[in-house]
Design a binder for this molecule. Sequence first.
Ligand code: AMP
Ligand code: TRP
Length: 325
Amino acid sequence: MTDKKKILLSGVKPTGRPHIGNYFGAMKQFADLQDEYDARVFIADYHAITTVQNAAELSRNTLDVALDYLAIGIDPKKTLLFKQSDLPELCELAWIFNCITTMPYLMRAHAYKDAEAKNKEINVGIFDYPILMTADILIQDADAVPVGQDQKQHVEYARDTAEKFNRIFGETFKLPNSLILDHVKIIPGTDGQKMSKSYGNTIALFAEFEDIKKAVMSIPTNSQGVDESKDPEKDNIFALHKHFADAEEIEEIEKRYTNGGLGYKESKEILISNIEKFIAPLREKRKEFAKDEDAVRKMLKENGEKAREIALSKMKEVKKAVGLY
Ligand code: AMP
Ligand code: TRP
């Protein structure tokens, strides 16, 4: 008997270049788990319109994320790799969910509260962001949603909404779970805060050597000298070593910090060299895929059609449950 594989679904917004926080926190899992799961990965271009409001930029970013996915090893033969906007039914489903969602419930979303605390202009798309994300997840009957810690609450919105819909209209949706790996749930940026496009503290996933160097050199350090004993857990350079050095090297760096003898300059040089070793092959692979963008667009279109069939079939069930027939 062949067990049916569980369904994995996740996406990344095409809002700029991905960074190593996106990679370790989420994208790496998409590639690592594509054999084990029935994997579906998409480019969240509808979500991106909340901030990217320029046609050429959105279209370029979308293709860029497709190239990023391919370069990190997502294999379109194993993973259904598609663009969110090829499934217009997502907007239809989001509307239905809107009608069973209260405003105070959405006002509790961290992303909304943060934007409000910063007095940002909040469009309705940003406010409703968790509901469109809920539609992404539930239309696919996803079991597992690999994401970084900052998206955990959004997956809970999807779970709650599935429960609520099932209660009102009858059993229709599966309850999804987020898949968050503890050691990579929040990758720190060069300033020690969470690495984020909006904080300007990122190291780009496909950075050129000079950019890696610049980013690492900008990590602030205190004035302790080479020979002084340092607490590795209080150092932003060490926090990044953990993701780029092997276990043996991490232990060695840790010892040299604690015993004294490792200065921040050398520590940064080690980090630059390790990041370059990790990124160089990814950068090369990406350049290869970028030579044939037409093939990538064709692949997205074909996969978009397959993903849409899944969506249409689920929507039949939903519309029947709601009475839209
Ligand atoms: P985004 O670029 O906002 O679409 O994020 C894509 C994915 O990367 C999401 O699953 C985020 O949770 C994850 N992510 C973003 N920043 C970090 C970080 N600093 N550490 C871990 N995961 C992250
Ligand atoms: N909100 C996610 C982010 O900012 C992107 C996303 C949109 C997503 N829809 C999703 C992730 C569905 C997982 C599942 O990173």
